[in-house]
Design a protein. Structure first.
Length: 365
């Protein structure tokens, strides 16, 4: 087996038709696009809503639509990388395949909601850092061979950020930002049922922030339905310099790269943002579904230690923005949390993943 920190360049030595990527939603595949672009593989989608998006990206011959009540087709055998963690979509463990849990929220503070999510069902875990390691171990409920299932990879989406693999000029053009002398404030809340703040704060942000800045609103993919509501409000109030971003059209890394400051809450993209070393403001929410275990609440792992807290009822958002951009008082905390939460941070997480996949498939054939 390839060692976890091996940087040997990948050589295509095995049949990648035995490699599959499985998710419920299109956006969850964001963690594996670089792996797919390098070595190929096919896709298993558990929800028909996102079928067309995936067909446009990879072609019909590379997609299986797999409902929760059906066994996998016989031609699906080998290694399955899983981005979803939901009891309704669990696969029965068979000799037909081995499955690897990546999940779609590296470093995320949300809980797995107890024993409804026993990760013992997975053969291996791609672990982004110490925080994820402790979380997976907690939810393994004393699994004896837990450490043998752990594969230390690092943060997959951080590679493009660390290696500056993004296109700022083209992204600004694609979004249509007119006044480029203004700072860009990105507001990227989590989805409504995940206790996101969009419906609570968008009116205040649209009327206050845009007097000085460009406001970019990137909704969670599950909240795109609120676009019409926000557009109507902007039009009726003659508000300028607000740009609504479809997460399926603008890549996350490009979107983060053009921003000077991020406003958000309990979302995994907040941890992607730490790799830019730029200021952050956190909207106070109910946090009902956040992990409460002792290891999860340590400040060294918490994005909530990395920026000013904004209370929609009391605080002046423009004052917090000015203080954050001009002084960047949480720069040290951002660096500390990033380095404590994630392994390596060297821009080679995908190489480690590819090397491991190659070694596994060679052993399985």
């Amino acid at each position: 087996m390839v060692k976890e920190n091996s940087m040997v360049e990948y050589k295509k030595e095995v049949d990648m038709t035995n490699l599959f990527f499985r998710a419920r939603s299109y956006y969850q595949y964001s963690y594996i696009w670089k792996i797919h672009n390098e070595i190929g593989g096919k896709f298993i989608l558990t929800h028909p809503r996102y079928y067309d998006n995936l067909l446009d990206k990879v072609g019909k011959e590379n997609v299986y639509l797999h409902s929760k009540r059906k066994d996998l087709p016989d031609q699906v055998s080998g290694l399955i990388l899983e981005m979803t963690l939901n009891r309704r979509y669990y696969l029965k463990r068979t000799k037909q395949f081995k499955n690897v849990l990546i999940y779609h929220g590296m470093g995320l503070d949300k809980s797995f909601k107890g024993r409804n999510f026993p990760i013992s069902r997975y053969d291996y875990y791609f672990v982004s850092g110490e925080k994820d390691y402790l979380k997976y171990k907690y939810y393994s409920y004393g699994l004896r061979n837990f450490n043998k299932r752990v594969v230390k990879i690092g943060h997959l989406r951080s590679d493009d950020i660390i290696n500056k693999n993004y296109d700022i000029p083209n992204t600004l053009k694609q979004i249509g930002i007119k006044d480029r002398t203004r700072k860009n404030i990105l507001y990227a809340p989590t989805w409504e049922k995940g206790h996101g703040s969009l419906l609570e704060t968008y009116k205040k942000f649209c009327t206050q922030i845009t007097s000085e800045y460009n406001l970019l609103i990137r909704t969670h993919p599950y909240d795109v339905k609120n676009y019409k509501i926000i557009r109507k409000f902007i039009k009726n109030n003659n508000i300028h310099n607000v740009y609504l971003i479809d997460p399926d059209e603008i890549s996350l890394v490009n979107n983060l790269a053009i921003a000077d400051l991020l406003i958000g809450e309990n979302s995994s993209l907040m941890y992607d943002w730490l790799f830019f070393d730029k200021p952050l403001i956190l909207v106070k929410t109910s946090k009902k579904d956040l992990e409460k275990a002792k290891w999860a609440t340590q400040e060294k792992f918490s994005v909530f230690a990395c920026g000013f807290k904004y209370n929609p009822e009391d605080d002046n958002i423009n004052k917090l923005i000015i203080d954050s951009i001009n002084n960047h008082p949480f720069a040290d905390q951002i660096e500390n949390v990033r380095n404590s939460t994630f392994y390596f941070n060297d821009g080679h997480a995908n190489k480690r993943a590819i090397n491991w996949i190659n070694a596994q498939l060679k052993m399985m054939t």
